[in-house]
Ligand binder design. Sequence first.
Ligand code: SF4
Ligand code: SF4
Length: 483
Amino acid sequence: MKMTGGYLPKIAGQPSGTVRAADIPARLVIALHQDGLVFHPAVPDGAKVNAGQIVADREHTGGKLGLPAPAGGTIQFEEDTKGLPVRLVLTVSDHTPPQPGKRFTPGKATPAELRQALAKGGVWQRLWSSANGGIPPLDPATETPACILVNMVMTEPFRADSTSLLQDERKSFLAGLAFLPTMLADAGRLHLATTRPQAAAMEAMISSASLPKPPVIETVPLRYPIEHPQVLSDALRRASGQPSGIIWVLDCQTVVALGACLEDGIPLHSRLLAIGGPGATHPIHIRARIGTPLNSLLNAAETDGSRLALRGGLFQGEPVTETCSVEAHDDALFLLPRTDTREFLGFVTPGFDRRSILPCFASGLTGAADRHVSVSLRGERRPCIACGLCESVCPVGLMPQVLHRYLYSDAIDNVEATGIDRCIGCGLCTYVCPSKIDLTHQFQMARERIHQERAEVAAAEAAQQHREEARQKELALKKNGKR
Ligand code: SF4
Ligand code: SF4
């Protein structure tokens, strides 16, 4: 499969492939607002719960999504200023993983049974559907995919890689692959995206498992942001010549969780995280229970407080705060050194261990990774120099420099017409821009403004229609002589 645009920076601090298990802390914190979803407590304040028991849930089309307890213990609500619960604090008294629950056999369960089991096991919200750009509905009658694409490639520096994951989780991964065809439409296809160098090993692993319906192996370029579901599904449509049809995308960790949930009846209760970046003293992969405070994981990676920790990778990560704990989507902590001063003209200073998309660094000869990535902007902000780098890397074919100019002159209609809705917020244009213009942030603000304006227009139109209907009703009543 091919992708347009994209870029893979070479950054220092790649985590080692060895996986360490994090200690289970005395208190696990389960956020009720996660992944853009709001969950509600399903147990009372002070309840004693077992590992795997659903402690929070929320309605979703066709059923309910659950959050299972990652360990056994006592639940306490943490509330916001309005008295609404925002976190569940689990004081751990039982460290053992959840006990096996209901088990399924591939090909012997209905799609509806599998979907409901995954929703209860906290796995369903990890799936992505091209129909709505989010979580697929639980009811198979509402949506059944023509293709399911399993992605094994993570390019954002540095997210947990599939090789490290499969060291211990191969059995659950293959079980997950065996269950997925049941959820496809008739004649639907299962695909697996990997890189060309990994394809042979992946094929050998899959053929050794004798799956009844093995996935079609697709190779993808090693360029960020190939792992974005929108980019992957567009690439699959182009490669398969299937312009329509719903595609579901899920990553390797989700397939492992799906296999464990369906084959062994064990709900999602832990995540593999990569802790790396130029600010990490000992970059590692670590397996942690959901709810583990992120700051305690940073201590496990022996980092010091002078680093900025991002939850997620280099491009899309958000700063870690005191209250952050491992959630079902986490797979990376990226550490950036803090620097007090900006480096004057740092963006053009040649260096043997500094890389850029621009061909002005000696690292092009040495192949060294960039050790100088930091929270600094590497020089003062400058105006757009029309270099075109942002356009060359944009994976969805936008012209960020043109959008930037429209926004500068507040031509929001032109911005909308140029297709800003297609922006996936990957952050690559900002990263490569030699003028250090925060294009991604500008576009996010513009999208929010456009959506708000659209909502206001829709509300005004609905009110106008309501008034018109009331007027027509009034006229009809008068005509009939009832008024
Ligand atoms: S943030 Fe948006 S405009 Fe920038 S490269 Fe990514 S998709 Fe393109
Ligand atoms: S990368 Fe930056 S300087 Fe170059 S064209 Fe885009 S906005 Fe302008």
